[in-house]
Ligand binder design. Structure first.
Ligand SMILES: [Zn+2]
Length: 508
């Protein structure tokens, strides 16, 4: 929507004549935060692999953390969700219910899953998803694969709707700031060029065939902070790209737990930390080239999340003189139609044969899992050969969040930043749905390969998908007008130096 004030700016320009900049007065923005505990119960499934796993203990709460920005004519909501991913049917229901309660347009709601591998059962398989398939496939999908829990889905959906509704209802004239920092020492690209000319995932420390990382990392820590009149930080949005696989033992938000711990340690326990994961499909906390032992579990979560949280604290401390109560807010979405890759008839037949009996020996179990995936994929292709892939851009003043529903390779996020006219461009992966890994076309080419390029019921879009999603995101961002980065007030006029300091050295 082209807004009235922009039109006024244009008329102002023509009346005042060439040589004068129009005054783009951004509208007043109201901001609200809220969160809900959406922890799964002990005994519920812990998704994150191609088989089943179960939660046995509790470490810290999984949450839905929401922020709402309202500029008077447009309202956007963003949710940082402590989940492996969120599937499209739940996104549709959440957006509908939020819209009914608050009037926020469905396309202006961003739900970004953190990809926590220690969270609740939101997939892999949804209830009813394979009801159209034969008995063998249904058994593979419902009994042999990680399955969403209808009870948990309700907890998650309710939690998100309540958090966004509360954030909307409590929105106020907070002073907001924007900034970026860097944390490049705790994260690594997990794919490596190998001496055989291919690229493998997690080649493991000391592997003599490793040549160099096959892709980049993105060290940027993007931050929006929001303070109330009393000068208290009410909430913040933090954007950073790394797989949430640090996994403290038990139910956990994963390393976002440590981001929140460090930020709350600095600014108080009431701060809501909305974490949105960047293009992190091939980025990990594991340093495959490390010559020494690395921390694992909770220590690893503290290392990654602690460093990102500390960087966010540094960025927010630096914002105090350049906060604003004005920002243009906008949202746009586009749905792409992207086909799935199809396994050969021969591979499907072989896979069906292999999965008819469950093996016991380790290598055979490994082969069985990938055969199971091919059989399940074929059933999905029969029902839905082409997927809807939503891309969304959410603007808050000089910042834009550009989404993909994928475990999206880091390279794409860097390209979107390079192609964006905004001062701050923050990709959000696994947002508003899930289409699995989306590698670069290079990774699916002759020198590619690795875990993320396996053809499964989870990851199966055609090799062009990544570029299409990237370009659609850039096009949406380019159709928006970036706001100004708030500046600190000019330094006071010179009124003479400091009398204590304007003297030559005194030696006697
Ligand atoms: Zn992953």
């Amino acid at each position: 929507m082209m807004k009235a004030r922009i039109l006024i700016g244009m008329i102002g320009l023509s009346l005042l004549g060439v040589g004068l900049d129009p005054v783009w007065s951004a509208p007043a923005v109201r901001t609200g935060f809220a969160e809900r505990d959406i922890s799964p119960e002990i005994g519920m499934e812990r998704p994150g692999g191609y088989g089943k796993g179960y939660h046995q203990k509790f470490h810290d709460a999984c949450k839905a953390r929401a922020v709402v920005f309202d500029d008077g004519s447009d309202v956007v909501a963003m949710v940082g969700l402590d989940a492996l991913f969120i599937r499209e049917p739940q996104v549709i229901e959440i957006r509908r219910r939020i819209s009914e309660k608050t009037g926020i347009a469905p396309g202006a709601v961003l739900i970004g899953a953190s990809h926590s591998h220690s969270s609740g059962p939101t997939g892999m398989v949804l209830p009813g998803e394979f009801d159209h398939a034969d008995a063998l496939v249904q058994d593979l999908a419902y009994e042999q694969s990680s399955a969403a829990d209808p009870k948990y889905l309700e907890i998650m959906v309710n939690g998100i709707v309540e958090a966004v509704t509360e954030a909307f209802e409590t929105r106020a004239d907070l002073r907001i700031g924007f900034g970026r920092g860097e944390e490049g020492s705790a994260v690594f690209n997990r794919r490596w060029r190998m001496k055989n000319g291919l690229s493998f995932t997690h080649p493991r420390n000391g592997n003599p065939d490793m040549v160099e990382p096959a892709g980049p990392i993105d060290p940027e820590v993007g931050v929006i902070g929001a303070w109330n009149e009393a000068g208290e930080l009410v909430g913040c949005v933090v954007n950073f790209a790394c797989h949430a696989t640090t996994s403290p033992a038990g139910i956990s938000a994963n390393y976002p737990w440590a981001i929140e711990k460090v930020i709350r340690g600095s600014f108080g326990d009431k701060v809501t930390v909305v974490f949105l994961n960047g293009a992190s499909g091939d980025v990990t906390q594991v340093d495959n080239a490390s010559p020494v032992v690395q921390p694992t579990g909770e220590a690893s979560a503290l290392l990654v999340g602690g460093r990102v949280g500390a960087e966010a604290v540094k960025v927010m401390l630096g914002m105090s003189t350049s906060l604003t109560t004005e920002a243009e807010v906008a949202a746009k979405t586009e749905v792409l139609k992207i086909p799935r890759r199809k396994p050969s008839a021969e591979r499907i037949a072989k896979s069906r044969e292999l999965v008819s009996e469950k093996p016991t020996e380790a290598q055979a179990i490994n082969d069985w899992i990938w055969a199971k995936e091919i059989v399940m994929l074929q059933a999905l292709i029969e029902a839905e050969p082409i997927r809807d892939v939503e891309v969304q851009a959410i603007q808050v003043g000089p910042a834009v969040f550009v989404t993909n529903p994928a475990e999206y390779f880091c390279e794409f996020g860097l390209q979107q930043k390079a192609g964006s006219p905004f001062p701050f461009t923050w990709p959000v992966s696994l947002a508003n749905g899930c289409v699995g890994y989306v590698p670069t076309s290079e990774a699916l080419g002759p020198n590619g390969g690795g875990y993320e390029t396996r053809l499964t019921s989870y990851s199966n879009l055609v090799p062009e998908a990544g570029d299409q999603i990237q370009d659609a995101g850039i096009a949406l961002v380019k159709s928006m007008i970036p706001g100004e980065v708030p500046k600190a007030k000019p330094a006071p006029e010179f009124k003479g130096g400091w009398q204590y300091g304007d003297v030559p050295p005194e030696l006697k």
